[in-house]
Design a protein around this ligand. Structure first.
Ligand code: NAD
Length: 465
């Protein structure tokens, strides 16, 4: 079907990139370094276009836009460029005496042509940060930004070909038909960021060619506030994590499990934190974002139906504004507790003891992040041992992906595969074990007929293991 209208010409694009990859042009360290430098240059020279697009799509303020998208991507590229030679260096593996003289090593070989499908909430970071990993590992790639953040998709599509090697990289814009046609192609790797429902669509398509995938998905991130927590610091960090980007962050706290004895003071601190960050009317705060579109706005406002609002709750459809909202007396089976909220609403549930917390977390799919606010270290250790999540933080939340060498990614329903720093490099490589064996010695005991040298052979084979 390559080149037919049904495939939108994607077959030809993949074939061109695969041809280039197979020519070996993407393998030299110098080429990779040049592409990483080009990303740094693009993020610097075109930063105003990226800032404007992030404002237009999400009303993201410049400080957040720099920390999570523009500067973040430039720094990720610089970090990879600086560490590339070390990551790429083959890892020596010791060989058994019976094989001497020999040596073995792990090479980190590129996979080929990757497809990167991004989500809309951090539209620059979620497409270009996987691209940094793909480049470091020596791959070609096609990038498909989310159509739900159209201004960012347009800026990426406009500038990326100006800076990066067009024989190795393309940007495809579009929605479901285009993504479906892309998934029809044979890829050497697929990197998907989005929800678990589309994650299943991606994995099904990948299965046809046994293509390896990284799935960066979402989920409901539990956040525990223990009786021993520093309540004012916990409230401020949770407020930042939940209400940055108007709550549209995959690692944000999705719901709070607060120990009953500190629930009252914690709620008061949380409300105070919101007011000190965004003022009495967050609508006028230059630091507070908007909901990405009306579909998501309607979905989120629907979650407020019948809920008990402790703080916030105001909304304005024309402005796609929903105030930072805290819900209390939330039942575990209420609508807001069924799916990832992905917006500025934070349900707070009371718990009596650690067992309650563990039961609640274990009764739900494995989340992307798990956050524990407790000064009592045993509490954190116990909760980490008794639960599973992609990442976790103790006395903080949401920001752990900013630590460059901390593996980032989900587990179970929240995804598979890790990236950032060397973890991203590894995700895009084939760890290829290679044995280099000398022909100087060639012990006969390894070959049939086995009846000969039986005792000696047993000894030699054992030393080979
Ligand atoms: P989504 O799953 O709706 O879409 C993601 C991408 O898939 C988009 O590029 C879209 O064009 C494409 N797509 C949509 N429908 C498709 C279909 N039927 N077939 C093929 N492709 C299709 O996700 P979203 O709404 O963009 O993002 C929100 C979700 O992403 C949340 O669940 C959030 O937690 C998650 N997320 C995860 C991370 C992470 O790093 N783990 C980061 C950001 C967002």
């Amino acid at each position: 079907m390559a080149g037919t209208p049904a495939d939108h010409g994607f077959g030809a694009i993949v074939a061109r990139h695969r041809g280039y990859f197979e020519s070996g042009k993407t393998r030299p360290v110098e080429w990779r370094e040049a592409q990483l430098t080009a990303i740094e240059t693009m993020m610097t020279e075109r930063s105003d276009d990226f800032f404007a697009a992030l404002w237009s799509d999400l009303r993201r303020n410049r400080v957040d836009a720099d920390a999570t998208d523009v500067r973040f991507v430039a720094d990720e590229a610089a970090h990879a460029r600086r560490h590339l030679k070390r990551w790429l260096h083959p890892e020596a593996i010791s060989t058994p005496l019976a094989l001497a003289p020999a040596r073995a090593e792990v090479r980190f070989d590129p996979l080929g042509v990757g497809l990167i499908i991004g989500a809309w909430n951090y539209p620059v970071m979620l497409t270009l940060s996987p691209l940094v990993a793909a480049i470091s590992a020596g791959n070609a790639a096609v990038i498909k930004p989310s159509e739900v953040a159209p201004a960012c998709a347009e800026v990426i599509a406009r500038h990326l070909p100006e800076y990066l090697d067009p024989e190795a990289f393309s940007v495809v814009t579009g929605g479901v038909p285009e993504t479906t046609a892309l998934l029809d192609q044979r890829w050497d790797h697929i990197f998907f960021t989005g929800g678990p429902a589309i994650g299943r669509v991606v994995m099904t398509a990948a299965a046809r060619h046994l293509t390896p995938v990284v799935l960066e998905l979402g989920g409901k991130n539990p956040t525990i506030v223990h009786s021993s927590a520093n309540l004012s610091v916990a409230a401020r960090r949770i407020a930042q994590g939940r209400w940055q980007n108007a709550g549209q962050t995959c690692t944000a706290p999705d719901y709070i499990l607060v120990f009953k004895d500190v629930a009252g003071p914690f709620l008061a601190e949380l409300k105070a934190a919101v007011q000190s960050f965004y003022g009495d009317d967050p609508r006028h705060s230059p630091d507070y974002g908007r909901i990405v579109n009306h579909r998501h706005f309607d979905r989120l406002v629907g979650l407020l139906d019948g809920a008990e609002v402790y703080h916030g709750g105001q909304h304005d459809r024309d402005d796609r504004y929903i105030a930072p909202t805290i819900l209390v007396n939330v039942a575990a089976d209420s609508p807001v507790m069924q799916e990832e909220i992905f917006g500025p609403i934070l349900p707070v549930l009371d718990v009596d003891c650690i067992e309650d917390v563990i039961t609640t977390i274990r009764s739900r799919p494995k989340p992307l992040g798990l956050y524990i606010f407790a000064e009592d270290r045993d509490v954190a250790a116990r909760l980490l041992d008794a639960t599973e999540s992609g990442d976790a933080a103790v006395n903080d939340c949401t920001i752990q992906p900013l630590i460059r060498e901390l593996p980032f990614g989900g587990v179970g329903e929240s995804g598979m595969g890790k990236y950032h720093g060397e973890w991203g490099f590894r995700a895009y490589t084939n760890a290829r074990g290679v044995l280099y064996h000398s022909t100087i010695l060639d012990l006969g005991v390894r070959y049939p007929p086995y009846s000969e040298h039986e005792r000696l052979r047993g000894f030699v084979m054992r030393t080979m293991m």
